[in-house]
Design a protein around this ligand. Structure first.
Ligand code: RB5
Length: 149
């Protein structure tokens, strides 16, 4: 079974509505979106959701992940603690493309209190369609991986 079109998504309580919009948007495009919650707007702790989403990537269940909190910063910091995760927070499409092309990011974080829904959807589309360029960037990504040991 290929996992290539499986995208995991999670958030904290600040981003439930934006997460739903992204799930809806990506499902229409044919992505298999693995939405691991949470399902209510009750206050919750973003490190937990970062970790749960990251496990889907490092286990090979999903190829890429999208995680959301108020700023996109805390959930990104937590995800990057998991070995094998390279996550960037983006509030613009240029960064969303570059974290795939140069950094081979496997997770994207967005701040639901920072960007509007329309821009968030464009950031997501850009991230998911950009390809890692390899070449000179491979050595640098390997250097990131070595820092984790
Ligand atoms: C929650 O209030 C907020 O701190 C969280 O969503 C996030 O912005 C943390 O980085």
């Amino acid at each position: 079974m290929t996992t290539n079109n499986r995208i995991v998504i999670s958030s904290d309580h600040t981003a439930i509505q934006m997460r739903r919009a992204i799930v809806n948007h990506l499902s229409k495009q044919g992505w298999v979106v693995v939405d691991i919650g949470p399902t209510t707007e009750e206050s919750t702790d973003y490190p937990r959701h970062a970790w749960e989403a990251a496990q889907r990537i490092v286990s090979g269940d999903c190829r890429l992940g999208i995680i959301l909190c108020g700023t996109g910063q805390g959930i990104m910091m937590a995800a990057n603690k998991v070995k094998g995760i390279r996550c960037g927070t983006c509030a613009d499409t240029y960064s969303a493309r570059m974290i795939r092309e140069h950094n081979d990011a496997n997770m994207l974080a967005i701040g639901a209190r920072v960007v509007g829904e329309g821009l968030a959807l464009e950031i997501v589309d850009t991230f998911l369609t950009a390809q890692f360029q390899g070449g000179r960037h491979s050595k640098r990504v390997e250097m990131i991986e070595k820092l984790e040991q």
